[in-house]
Write a protein that binds this ligand. Structure first.
Ligand SMILES: [Zn+2]
Length: 438
């Protein structure tokens, strides 16, 4: 009896000694660790937090507290036709409602609802009857402005002819409609993509003059001649572009292409503002700068509460707003941001286009707005890279455990001057729960 008691006591001590926050001797990767949402960042200065969380000065990314941010998600849709681009009669008001505003169907509303953890809800501010523009599409193009979507008269004619109650959208009753009041999108049955075209136009409605100083977009649906697409399919083929253009319009997010071709920039295939043909979530940088999430901030090991390297747990970002910022005072204009990107984590399959799953580690210059996805496959070969030396992220850019990994070897993260500012190691296998030692 006494022996058994001693054995139990010894076992108890052995378990108590194994610190779940560190990589065990026999472990190939972190198997435990506190949630990143519980990191104590109370000793991080408010000024530092503000610089990380708020939009970069001069950038067009709007914070949800910005007076120009359309917090209500109010969207007006105006189907238009040209003499050479007829309306698609399959695109009924019911189909528009389902594709844009329905809930739990994979609609445009669902995309932004999931990305914002329920904080941004697309709101049907109005769907107009068809506005027949009795001229050709090309007639809106001019020698000076060959792209018809860039002609302000297109938006003027569409809005002037629309069956929209502009007075009800003019929330402050000043006869000037601004981006915080409404986003106007034209629907064109041309089987193409879309465009983002801020413009100022003037219309009259019920004898009153309205100035529309808005962030207009155009969104294509399938052509009238394309009978292969029925119901929401008349829009669904183009959802990724619709998300992209609406993200310009609602949040002021910028294009991230660098080579002029989708997917050739800072975020590659990992963000809709870079590859607008890819079914993926918005990046954590957009979600944070818009103001949907304020990840905890982790300082270098010696400066933390409590200090020391530890394993941390990330559940997938598609479900939980639990990213983590790494900040080092030697690099006051920079930070790294980590999120766990998962395909299965998206309830509506809004991440099926991810090239790979795992921990995405982003570098951000909080002064200039420059950022990069740190490419895990490049870092594995060249540990001396500075953030801006990572090019378009590869198909293996996310961090995850691989068979040959030695969990004891730290991988360095460098700042833009090439100094080592953080190390990481012992990354766990891909999953909706992932861990890493930081
Ligand atoms: Zn764009």
């Amino acid at each position: 009896m006494k022996k058994i008691f001693t054995l139990i006591l010894l076992l108890g001590v052995a378990f108590a000694c194994k610190n779940p926050d560190q990589v065990g001797e026999e472990d190939s990767y972190c198997t435990g660790g506190a949630s990143v949402t519980t990191v104590d960042d109370s000793n991080v200065e408010t000024a530092v937090k503000n610089k990380i969380y708020r939009p970069v000065s001069g950038s067009t990314v709007l914070n949800k507290n910005h007076p120009s941010f359309n917090t209500g998600g109010r969207l007006v849709l105006i189907p238009v036709s040209f003499t050479d681009v007829p309306a698609n009669t399959r695109v009924t008001n019911d189909v528009i409602d389902q594709a844009f505003f329905s809930s739990g169907t994979g609609s445009v509303r669902d995309y932004f609802y999931e990305n914002s953890w329920g904080q941004f809800v697309l709101n049907k501010a109005g769907v107009s009857n068809l506005v027949p523009l009795n001229r050709t599409k090309a007639s809106y193009a001019t020698p000076g402005v060959p792209d018809y979507t860039r002609n302000a008269n297109l938006y003027r004619d569409a809005c002037q002819g629309a069956s929209i109650d502009w007075a009800s959208l003019d929330r402050n009753n000043d006869q000037v409609l601004t981006p915080d009041e409404v986003l106007v999108a034209l629907i064109i049955a041309d089987g193409g993509q879309g465009a983002y075209r801020p413009n100022n136009v003037t219309i009259t409605h019920n004898g009153r003059t309205y100035q529309l100083r808005l962030r207009f977009v155009t969104l294509d649906c399938s052509k009238a001649s394309d009978s292969s697409k029925q119901g929401v399919e008349t829009f669904a083929y183009n959802y990724t572009n619709i998300w992209h253009e609406l993200a310009h319009g609602f949040f002021g997010l910028e294009d991230l292409y660098e080579g002029g071709i989708a997917g050739t920039g800072k975020a590659g295939d990992y963000d809709i503002m870079d590859n607008n043909y890819n079914v993926v979530h918005m990046s954590i940088i957009a979600k944070m700068k818009i103001g949907w999430v304020q990840p905890k901030i982790l300082l270098p090991a010696a400066d933390r509460l409590p200090s020391g390297l530890k394993c941390y747990t990330f559940t997938n970002i598609e479900t939980d707003p639990n990213a983590l910022v790494l900040y080092h005072e030697n690099s006051p204009d920079e930070c790294f941001i980590i999120e766990n990107r998962s395909k299965a984590g998206s309830a509506r399959n809004f991440n099926v286009g991810l090239p790979t799953e795992g921990l995405a580690i982003w570098w951000l210059n909080t002064t200039t707005g420059a950022f990069r996805l740190i490419d895990a496959s490049l870092l594995a070969r060249n540990t001396g890279l500075r953030p801006m030396e990572y090019g378009t992220p590869s198909a293996n850019a996310l961090f995850k455990y691989k068979e040959a990994d030695d969990p004891k070897i730290p991988i360095p993260l460098r700042n833009q001057n090439g100094q080592l500012v953080f190390t990481l190691r012992a990354v766990s296998p891909v999953g909706t729960t992932m861990r890493i030692e930081l």
